[in-house]
Structures are given as C-alpha cells and as structure tokens.
Write a protein that binds this ligand. Structure first.
Ligand code: PMP
Length: 441
C-alpha cells in the first residue's frame, strides 16, 4: 500500500513537492517520536514537522485540548475576533516571555505560517521606521513567499524567480566551520561583527538606513548552525546603537527546542520583534509576531488574513506550551542534545566523512564532507551532498527519518521531538552509525 500511495502522489502532485522525494513514506499512524507507514513499518521521526512537533505526534495533552474545543462547542473559525481561548493563549505566551519583554510587548496573529509572520514583521518595521532596506544573513531561511524568499540567503530556491523584494543586504553569518573569511573559531565571529559595523557606518555602502535586521539564533534550514553567544550580543549592541529594529526569527528555534524556551535567552538579549510559528501551535497551524510596542505604528488592517484565529491551534499551542514549561522540557532538550552531540562526536572519530558535529539543544547537524577533497583556508573539507543523501537513505531504510539541509545540501539534521528519551538517542545514533558505515563505503 505504501508504494501505491507514493506512486499516486508522484503522478498527481506538483513538481515542486519536496520532502516526499527524499522520504518515500505514506504515513498512516503516528505517536510520540514514531510514525508508521501504510504497510505497518515503524520509523523514528527526527524530522518531526521540521521542528513543529515539540511533544511528538498526538501527545495526550494536545489531543485533550483539541477534543475540549469540540466538546465545549467552541467556534472553530473566528477570523481574528476575540475569544476566551485567544485570551488564555496570549496570557500563557506573555507569561513565558523572559525579563520585562511582556510588559512592553504587543502581539499580532498571522496566518498561519511562519512565512506570513515574517512578512508581517518586516512590514511592521518598515512602517515604524519609514525605511526600506533589510539586513539579512548568508545561509538564513525565512520562508517561501516572495518576500521571505528574498530575505533568505540561499540562492537555490529563488534563482528562477524574478522580481523579488529588492534592498535586502546579506551579511556574513558566523558559520565558523565554513568561515567566509577563511579563518575559523572566535576570529571569524570577530571579523563578522567588525565587517557588519563597518558596512553600517559607511555612508556609501548603500545599506543605510535599514528598516530591520533579521536573524536566526541557530540557522535551521541553513544547516543547524548555532551563532556564538558573543556574536549575538554584538548584533544586539550594533542594532541598538544604530536604532535598527532586530527581528529574531524563532520559527524553528522557539518553544524549548534549543534548551531554552526562546533561543535568544541563551545570549541574554531581547529582540524588538520575535517571530514564532511551528511549535507554538502544538502541531496545528499558527504563527504570531510579538514585538515592542514602540513599533506599533501600523494602521488597523495593515496585516490581515483569513486564518489568523485558529482556535484549535491556540488551544493545542497553549496546552503544549504549558506542558513544556511544567515538565521543564527545554532543560531536557538541552540534556538530550548534549548526549546526541557526544554520541555523534564519537562516531565522527571513526568517520572522516563527518566534518563537524554541532548544535544547540535538539537542533543538531552533522556536516558531511569529502575528506579527500582539498581543505579550504578555514580548515573545512568540501561539502559532500550526495553522501549526505545516501546517509539519509540508509537511515530511512533502517527506520529513521532525518532531514538533509544546509546551503550545500550536505548537513544531516536531527530535529526530534523534545520528549525523546536517552535510550532513543542511543538507538537513533546507532542507526546513524550503521547508515554511515553502509553509505561511506
Ligand atoms: N523561518 C524559519 C527559521 C524556518 O525554519 C521556517 C520554516 N522552515 C520559516 C521561517 C517558514 O515557515 P513556514 O514554512 O511555516 O512558512
């Protein structure tokens, strides 16, 4: 049956379909970290909706929240009208914001994808500042709409789409393994922030004055690349000193994934604009922008959309957020992430095809390289996307679903649900070892 579903899909679906090309599964059932295909074969799901499923599939608290909406005959659709569920959701979210951010914060419901919320964030900052250009980062990913594609620092998907939003300036992200300045480690962070400061202060650079800077605390699609803490503090200082609103895209990092409820907490900084989606809806579609009220200068109706009030998503999201906090799952994610990284690092000792293991919490990447290729100045071997795909395939054949990403398509990415156990980390890393053994030959 699995094959029949796959053939039908290939036959009827758009050429732009993506995940099914690499992950040939028809998922019929799902629970926790596992999914089952239409033939009854079980898989570990370390893609988990690209980080959406913080509590895994069909967690009882999420199911209960959804069922309660139905039992209590709550409205399923309300546009963005006021409801008690919405009020409870906002209260839970604002109670979760660190420091005094909640006191200064406003929220805009978006609809309902991460991409739409990024669009809103950019419009908000453009309106408030009256400026036009946006600072973004090489390798960043912010979505697939025209606007968000323009902000994403990866040429591949946008190469054939003409007329994207102009005036986006790409800055170097501190991707220390493949440092754009040919040096590694701390030196690369220092050069990156000096370069950015210099660019912003040069009246002839053409980037002035920017309406916003947008960044991910850990680049997700870009290849699970955590930005160093000191560099993040520098970005906050540089933007603050120049009155540039800082948009932090926590669509993938948010709600516990990196070991803190919000990834910016690692650096002790606060964004002017925080973008949340994926896990905020507890598996269902929801996205919001939370921002400093001094930016709240747009007019009524400046960002609209039919599906901004998904009551089930708010109920599921609130239940999920509460469960994550009550059970300290962010700290658990950090612990499991450390175990993952140490297991993967010992596998790396044996396989020179693993160029780097990196991550923060449960956002982990294994950079797959050609160890026989010529090293770059920063010490990295060339990316090996075909080997990364082969490893992904071998993992899949052994019952493990993983994502492959990164600018060069050479990073095997682990994004398991936050509820993962130690035994599961061990089993998953064992499967990964077998897969690399099979693929690297
Ligand atoms: N920003 C980041 C950091 C993301 O990872 C994603 C999705 N992978 C998006 C934005 C876009 O979200 P969506 O796919 O829901 O539009």
């Amino acid at each position: 049956r699995n094959d029949i579903f796959l053939q039908q899909q290939e036959h009827r679906e758009s050429n732009a379909r993506s995940y099914p090309r690499r992950i040939p599964i028809a998922i019929e059932e799902a629970e926790g970290i596992f999914v089952k295909d239409a033939d009854g074969k079980k898989y570990y799901d370390c893609l988990a909706g690209a980080g959406t499923l913080a509590l895994g599939h069909n967690h009882p608290v999420v199911i209960e929240a959804i069922e309660q909406v139905i039992r209590d005959k709550r409205p399923l659709h309300t546009l963005d009208l006021t409801t008690p569920i919405k009020e409870d959701f906002v209260t839970e979210l604002f109670d979760s914001l660190p420091g005094d951010f909640a006191k200064r914060a406003k929220i805009q419901f978006c609809g309902p994808t991460g991409g739409d919320a990024i669009e809103a964030a950019v419009k908000l900052c453009k309106t408030a500042t009256g400026r036009q250009s946006i600072l973004s980062f090489q390798g960043g990913y912010h979505g697939s709409t025209h606007g968000t594609m323009a902000l994403s620092g990866n040429l591949g998907p946008k190469e054939k789409v003409r007329g994207l939003m102009p005036d986006v300036h790409f800055l170097p992200y501190p991707y220390t393994y493949r440092c754009p300045f040919g040096v590694g480690g701390e030196e690369s962070q220092r050069i990156s922030s000096q370069y950015i400061e210099n660019l912003l202060d040069d009246p002839e650079s053409g980037v002035l004055p920017p309406a916003a800077m947008i960044l991910e605390i850990v680049q997700g699609e870009g290849g699970s690349i955590p930005a160093p803490i000191e560099w993040l503090k520098e970005m906050r200082r540089i933007t603050e000193e120049r009155g540039i609103p800082l948009i932090i895209d926590e669509v993938q990092t948010g709600i516990g994934r990196t070991g803190k409820l919000f990834a910016f907490e690692h650096a002790g900084i606060t964004p002017d604009v925080l973008v949340l989606s994926k896990a905020i809806g507890g598996s269902l579609p929801l996205s919001v922008v939370v921002y400093d009220k001094k930016l709240d200068q747009w007019s009524p109706g400046a960002h609209i959309g039919t599906f901004r009030g998904n009551q089930m998503a708010m109920a599921a999201g609130m239940a999920s957020l509460r469960y994550i906090k009550e059970n300290n799952l962010a700290a658990h994610a950090e612990k499991m992430g450390d175990l993952f990284v140490s297991k993967l690092a010992s596998i790396q000792q044996k396989y020179p095809e693993i160029g780097e293991i990196r991550g923060r919490g449960l956002m982990i990447g294994a950079e797959i390289v050609n160890p026989k290729g010529k090293k770059a100045n920063s010490g990295s071997h060339p990316a090996h996307p075909s080997l990364a795909s082969a490893i992904q395939r071998e993992c899949f054949n052994r019952g493990l679903i993983l994502e492959v990403g990164g600018r060069h398509g050479s990073v095997v990415r682990f994004l398991p649900p936050l509820i993962i156990t130690e035994d599961q980390v061990r089993e998953i890393t064992d499967i990964f070892t077998q897969a690399i053994e099979a693929a690297a030959v």
